[in-house]
Design a protein around this ligand. Structure first.
Ligand code: KG4
Ligand code: ZN
Length: 348
């Protein structure tokens, strides 16, 4: 039940290939998702093996209003109940972001309520806090199609970047390796499924930057290593499709990525001693990564809390944008709709 003290946030996310709207209620220091509707373009982009930005943008326009309407209906809320509109303004695809932001501006203007611009990456961070107050400082590993970042959120909720990928993001590496193995788009779910049947030690792959004493990552070399191995073992592409070693490639690749992600997160945890360790982003849906990071954090002596989002909050969704608006953004301004613009290259 909502009480009169609750504030209601309508959130919108269109930064890449999901058109999403959510209703989030904030009560004191806790925020909770009441509804979270996602219209995915995955089937469309599977045809081209990846996201074509102009196609993605066009495909946001039609569903945006019905998705907002459905989010309100599912939350049993009316437009007049909404206290603020939160929206992703970056990073993301130029025109795709514009569809969400302009919709949010129109709502903010016509309803006379504040607009809360949200950094998409803050959304991933907040995806672990549905119905729970953050315990700070928190360390978060964000792993998505566009980002691989280790981030520290201090007690004042300042967000500090500890390290990031120097080339491909983890999800991007999953997608590119899946393409090499003819597994279709998006690659992550296909690789993790096939990896269940493979031997993670079948191919001796590098663990990039594991020995470097920083918190940066690199995954492009791993993708190249797989390409050489595939070309060496299966010079004709039809040979690859028929073989059971595709599962071994998937398992070996996944093990290399997970080894590096877990080791660096634990090393950062040992240095900064956070109260919470968080895993977020599309690749946080990976079962191996979830299990390995959960197990590794349990062994830490000061017993930080480990949190990972439910699968529905791993990939892009507006629920996490509403949570970020509630937990991580300063008091919203009524006039923001006049000044806010998209920032496609916004960093954390
Ligand atoms: O967070 P997200 O929806 O979009 C970005 O903000 O980038 O992440 C999408 C990425 C894709 O690269 C996809 O292959 C990856 O998340 N992904 C996975 C899994 N499910 C999705 N990667 C590994 N294992 C999975 N189970
Ligand atoms: Zn994302």
């Amino acid at each position: 039940m909502r009480s009169p003290a609750d504030s209601i946030i309508l959130a919108i996310e269109t930064s890449c290939d999901e058109t999403s709207a959510a209703v989030v209620v904030k009560h004191g220091n806790i925020a909770r998702i009441l509804s979270n509707i996602v219209a995915s373009q995955i089937k469309l982009h599977a045809k081209t093996g990846g996201v074509v930005p102009e196609v993605a943008a066009r495909e946001h326009i039609k569903p945006i209003v019905p998705v907002v309407e459905r989010a309100l209906r599912d939350a049993r809320a009316k437009l007049q109940d909404v206290d603020a509109v939160a929206v992703t303004y970056g990073p993301g695809l130029h025109t795709a972001l514009s569809v969400g932001l302009e919709t949010a501006k129109a709502l903010s203007f016509t309803l006379g309520i504040p607009l809360i611009p949200v950094n998409h990456l803050h959304g991933h961070l907040a995806s672990t806090w549905n119905n729970r107050a953050p315990k700070l400082p928190a360390l978060c590993l964000i792993v998505s199609g566009g980002h691989t970042e280790l981030v520290l959120i201090d007690r004042q909720r300042h967000i500090k970047l500890l390290g990031a990928t120097r080339d491909d993001a983890a999800g991007e590496a999953f997608d590119k390796v899946a393409q090499l193995l003819q597994l279709g788009y998006p690659g992550g779910p296909a690789i993790s499924k096939l990896a269940e049947r493979g031997n993670p030690r079948a191919f001796d792959l590098p663990r990039p930057m594991l020995e470097h004493k920083n918190f940066d990552f690199s995954f492009a070399g791993l993708k190249t290593a797989i390409r050489y191995l595939v070309e060496h073992h299966y010079p004709k592409s039809y040979q690859l499709k028929a073989t059971s070693s595709r599962a071994d490639f998937c398992a070996s690749f996944q093990a290399a990525v997970v080894d590096v992600l877990v080791a660096k997160t634990i090393r950062a945890a040992q240095q900064f001693k956070p109260r919470e360790i968080l895993l977020a982003g599309g690749v946080a849906a990976n079962a191996q990564l979830r299990n390995r990071l959960a197990t590794a954090t349990k062994k830490l002596t000061w017993k930080p809390t480990y949190r990972q989002p439910p699968l529905a909050l791993c990939t892009d969704n507006a629920g996490m944008i509403g949570l970020a608006a509630a937990y991580l953004t300063p008091a919203p301004k009524h006039s923001a709709w006049k000044t806010v613009d998209i920032q496609p290259t916004l960093s954390i």
